[in-house]
Ligand binder design. Structure first.
Ligand SMILES: [Fe+2]
Length: 347
């Protein structure tokens, strides 16, 4: 969220693991956090929104045939460990590394670093390298990256050259050696489609949209094996009730308006393709709003997955603690979702 753009990219990274710190959850989750995790809001009319509750089994186990996806989004690493963001990121990664059963893959939902849109190339490159150094020291799980608006470089800095190949999405794409910021892959019978829905404006702001080439790509992918259970992922959500319920949406005359920097401005184009293809799309993952939210509509679950950094490393964000999602995908196309705090104490 905030002003910037997104990046969507999938890439597998490996690295050496450092010490594994003992779990997360037993460290104090404050009263407000417990309350947050307890809440699960059901909204009528076929739409549910709220915090995904515990896995159905409730015992921390997972079916041996399940594929476990760790969805971690919005890390917002800052320069020089500002707000202890390095320490917080390390705590999150140690918690992820301690998850059992061990995740089969990680989907990283974007906003790896925080100030990059306002930086020049050298400091932005240094910060992004620092992020990957930390990540690879703590995580050896296959990771696929989505591009977030804070992964844009220089777009809010008028002094940097717009002609440099590192401008905008270039540095991220180059660092991950990605030919394209949207792509697909398969894991254990599930299909994953990563999209890039972040687009910069010349004035440094940004908006979210599914552009024509990516819509064609989604359609092509879904037509290949329409029965294959599928997960889509992007940074800015296709749909959210959070802007309205939190007051971020604004009243304009008699209308409530939600900016296209918060929610994609052409989500219907995506859902038209999904429903038109009769494909077996089960989940649409997103980050950006830093608030855990689940919306079930027409057989698809839209999961906006909280934030590793919570309120940009200043604590919980409107009740949503720093955390990540553990998602177990079953071969029959069903799944469970659990949002886990890692017990970070800001300040
Ligand atoms: Fe973010």
């Amino acid at each position: 969220m905030e002003s910037s753009f997104i990046f969507s990219a999938a890439h597998a990274l490996t690295g050496s693991r450092t010490a594994v710190r003992e779990a997360i959850m037993k460290n104090g989750i404050g009263t407000s956090r417990r309350e947050f995790l307890r809440r699960s809001v059901m909204v009528a009319a076929g739409v549910t929104a709220g915090i995904s509750a515990s896995r159905a089994s409730g015992d921390g186990s997972t079916n041996a045939q399940s594929t476990r996806v760790l969805f971690a989004t919005d890390m917002h690493l800052m320069q020089d460990n500002a707000l202890r963001s390095e320490d917080g990121l390390i705590a999150a990664l140690q918690a992820i590394d301690a998850v059992r059963p061990r995740p089969d893959l990680v989907v990283c939902g974007g906003d790896l670093t925080d100030p990059s849109p306002g930086l020049d190339y050298a400091p932005a490159g240094k910060l992004l390298d620092r992020f990957f150094d930390i990540w690879n020291q703590h995580i050896t799980i296959e990771t696929h990256y989505v591009f977030g608006n804070h992964d844009l470089v220089g777009t809010k800095n008028p002094a940097v050259s717009r002609d440099d190949p590192r401008f905008g999405k270039g540095l991220f794409q180059k660092r991950l050696d990605l030919a394209r910021l949207y792509y697909s892959f398969e894991k254990a019978g599930w299909r994953f489609v990563i999209l890039d829905d972040v687009w910069p404006n010349p004035d440094g702001t940004y908006y979210a949209e599914y552009q024509a080439d990516q819509l064609a790509f989604v359609q092509s992918e879904l037509q290949k094996e329409s029965s294959k259970p599928t997960v889509l992922a992007c940074h800015i959500p296709a749909v959210s009730v959070f802007p309205a319920l939190s007051g971020i949406s604004k009243l304009n005359g008699s209308n409530i308006e939600t900016a296209s920097s918060l929610v994609s401005r052409n989500s219907k184009s995506l859902t038209d393709i999904i429903h038109g293809s009769a494909a077996n799309v089960k989940l649409v993952l997103a980050g950006h709003l830093h608030h855990q939210e689940r919306i079930d509509s027409d057989g698809i679950t839209y999961l906006n997955g909280g934030a590793v950094c919570g309120n940009w490393w200043k604590g919980a964000n409107m009740g949503c603690p720093e955390g990540f999602n553990v998602i177990d995908l079953r071969p029959d196309g069903t799944f469970t979702v659990e949002y886990r705090s890692f017990g970070w104490k800001a300040g």
